[in-house]
Write a protein that binds this ligand. Sequence first.
Ligand code: SF4
Length: 422
Amino acid sequence: MTMPDPTHPASHDRLRALGIVALNGMFDEMDAVGVLRYAVEDVLHGDLAIVSSFGADSAVLLHMVSQVDPAMPVFFLETGKHFPETLAYVETLKSRFGLTHVEAIHPDPADIARFDPQGTLWETDPDSCCHIRKTEPLEPVTLRYGGWVTGRKRYQTQERGVLPHFELTSDERIKVNPLAYFTDADVIAYRKAHDLPEHPLYAKGYKSIGCAPCTSVVAEGEDPRAGRWRGLNKKECGIHYDFNGAIASPMQASRHNLWKDGAFIADPFKPWDEGLAATEARYVHVPLAAFLAQREAFLSSPHPLGLLIAPGERVEDVAEDLGRFASVAISFPAFGDGRGYSSARLLRERYGYGGEVRAVGDVLQDQIPLMRRCGFSAFVVTHEPTRQALIENRLPEVALFYQPVGATEIPVGTRPFLRRAS
Ligand code: SF4
């Protein structure tokens, strides 16, 4: 199989030449296998993959894949939270259908250690849990292929009422929806006709199956999805993941602005919202004044929080509570404002704060070496030349400093008297 070129999905030229409307007119509504075969053999040539949840509904599409191209890459998000029955079902379908390229995608262990060390994030913040266990690990994989097969169907939602077999997405990807016209009854009929193995939990009342902590049995007559994230106002895993565990909206890789440990990474923190109640706040940097105004409520909240310190605000005012925050953001509204450096040093040197200290605002290339000396460990960088400099590892080297910093030993020559001696 040829490796797809992630930068230029050549299959798009082919699709454009064919004309998407004409292409969609070529197939009978129920000719799902025909659609899939044409996508594999005439349009995407080895540049097509599928994400499967190996849930209650997955066997039909995977069976079709096995009929057309058993070597098609099938990705499975191994969140670490699946039922053992689902893991067994992966093996069952793999061997029964002869699928030769089933690949598990795992969350980054560093993300788990950092954001979900107890494994209970699903309880307090399922969106963040899905983000680190599903969206983040999947994102780089989506960029590797020009086309994705989805299991979406017209009948599922109003928005999907006009779903075609082939879609050209705005991020230069092709989505192939072989089951677009299938109804629930068609799926059941296909399952029966081909004697497909059922998910072991289906007969026990699990009609839509995802991670174990977030899946429950549904009652007779209930929406099959009612058992997912029951009691929580959550229906989907994230922006790139949909109803059936397939790639959903255009797979736009979101730009990462947080630079940490030598790389731009996804930022688990969201912007602060003025209207947010203390009990609802999670993965936000709470402005220091807002924190002090509702200190008790924030301290008793179980959610991960950060703190935002603006120039002129006093670290001393929150010294006792610093252990509450996973991250402290210090803002630099203007390049020339140096007060943030002192705040960082107080955090590190006087109060021994060991969490993330991040610089936000006007963060430029020349400042970063100095910020690091003062204890900053993360930087939110939107300035394009600075981003490029960081990506290419082109930070200015600063060999001489006027002022020593506390905990870190300063190289010879950095203090005036040492400079004189040398
Ligand atoms: S479905 Fe539940 S356990 Fe799985 S990643 Fe999402 S929140 Fe976490």
